[in-house]
Write a protein that binds this ligand. Structure first.
Ligand code: G3P
Length: 278
């Protein structure tokens, strides 16, 4: 298992596609509420997620133990190794967990709100336990402390079950959940995208872009472009920030502007650029 796995908690396949394209996503979790929100057939959603290339998809089953077991087996047969069967932390759910785990079908025990529940799930052979951080916090119980307790118990007893922290609604909770021993965090797409952000990164990038533009000025194209001839193009409006690069009619810029830099000549007197494209 690689370090710090990130799962996306949604049944919105467009969002999953975008997140997966970053190359940083290790799995997807769904639940009946998320499937309902998608307005689609669950198995159609699972198939699309598998086709996107997601290799670990939590698919929730409901009903009594027998039904959860038969559904879990059927889903695992249908979707293969990418199917993780999600069951609730109830007597029926944990009976199903034991039966499926004995068949080497991975199980994610969900709706975990205490270390005691996580102990039972581990004894039932769960691959993952999903403590719901946000919902604990909603009820004035420190969700991250529950993660810490589960982690301490599992470590003390060398338990192989992994903590998959869920109901994470902000970046800080994700970081702290990993800090407190979660091996996987599942989060809505927005929280994943927010993980990239920091105000100092934005500010720093602004400065780097401005300084880079001073070294390699990008051009803002002005004037009547159609009237210009290739080989002798003047571009005006070069400001402090470089401005916006705009395709020049009749030119092949498929390799991008950097290829043109050696041929850019800046006139310091009137702040114009001459670009020789010939
Ligand atoms: O994975 C569990 C998650 O979907 C629950 O999140 O925000 O509804 O508590 P939330």
């Amino acid at each position: 298992m690689s370090i710090m796995k990130i799962f996306i908690d949604t049944a919105d396949t467009d969002e999953i596609r975008k997140c997966h394209a970053t190359g940083l996503i290790d799995g997807v979790t769904t639940n009946p509420s998320l499937i309902m929100k998608s307005g689609r057939d669950p198995e159609e959603v699972y198939q699309e997620i598998a086709d996107i290339g997601v290799r670990d998809i939590s698919m929730e089953v409901v009903g009594d133990a027998d039904h959860m077991i038969s559904e879990g087996i059927r889903l695992h047969q249908k979707f293969g190794d990418c199917a993780t069967i999600k069951v609730p932390c109830t007597p029926d759910g944990l009976l199903a967990c034991s039966a499926l785990s004995r068949k080497v079908i991975p199980v994610n025990v969900t709706l975990i709100f205490s270390a005691a529940q996580a102990i039972l799930a581990a004894k039932a052979g769960a691959k993952y336990v999903s403590p719901f951080i946000g919902r604990l916090d909603d009820n004035s119980i420190a969700g991250l402390e529950v993660v810490r307790s589960i982690s301490a118990v599992y470590k003390e007893h060398k338990v192989g079950t992994k903590i998959l922290a869920a109901s994470l609604r902000e970046v800080n909770r994700v970081t702290r959940a990993f800090w407190n021993g979660a091996k996987i965090c599942t989060m809505p797409p927005k929280v994943f995208h927010d993980m990239y952000n920091h105000i100092l990164t934005e500010k720093g990038l602004e400065i780097f872009d401005r300084d880079w533009a001073a070294v390699h000025p990008k051009a803002k194209v002005g004037g009547d472009l159609d009237a210009l001839d290739i080989g002798d193009i003047y571009i005006t409006g070069l400001g402090d920030n470089g401005g916006v690069t705009t395709p020049i009619p009749g030119t092949d810029i498929s390799s991008g502007y950097p290829g043109l830099y050696p041929e850019m000549i800046q006139n310091p007197d009137d702040d114009t650029l001459k670009i020789n494209l010939s």
